[in-house]
Design a protein around this ligand. Sequence first.
Ligand code: SF4
Ligand code: SF4
Length: 217
Amino acid sequence: MKVQYKPKRNLLGTIFQVEILQGMALTLRKLFSPPITRQYPDEKPPMYAGFRGQHALVRDPVTQDSKCIGCMRCVTVCPSRCIRIRCQQDAKGKQKVESYSIEVLRCVFCGFCVEVCPVGAVTMTELFEYASYDRESLLFDKETLLKNWDRFLEESAHDENYVNPFWRPRGVPEASLAASQRMKVPADWTIEGQFIGTSLRQPQQNGAITHTEADHA
Ligand code: SF4
Ligand code: SF4
């Protein structure tokens, strides 16, 4: 192994302290260039489509409660088994969600729960600050998840119709999607616009992209 020694200083370099002058010149240059750091927390970073932030339960504007109908699809699909729901039937036999919680420390942020929800009741927001002094506060119960939704609307430019197109089921025709997942999605997020992975794409002769059986599985 070749050992890299410090280059020998010459006499002039020692007399005039060239390294100090070089350092000061660099400082002077950077003094007049724009800053590359961000003044966090006053200045928040920009968020991009598909950002996997804190979960939230979407608040129904009419009932002011969660839109969740207790179908249990998110519980079934969650690979981390970190969603817990307790339901009860009311006097009319209607399913009522009593409690809903997500254990954030076990979540792997796959987004399956959002993708599978038929009524768009659970979503992943752009809130990213998880710092906490205890584990209990990272067990998001129903109230916390509803508050996350309120905070998300308050702190972002989105309104209550927010649908993150990134979490729409991929390769599913528009008409087959739940109504909540069809709402107000920009044109560039149609099926072709979604990222589906190159292995599932088959280029046609005219250069267009078609979908394989696997897309519809
Ligand atoms: S994002 Fe994935 S791991 Fe996290 S709660 Fe949803 S389904 Fe479970
Ligand atoms: S999939 Fe949606 S509606 Fe069904 S239990 Fe989960 S959050 Fe509620």
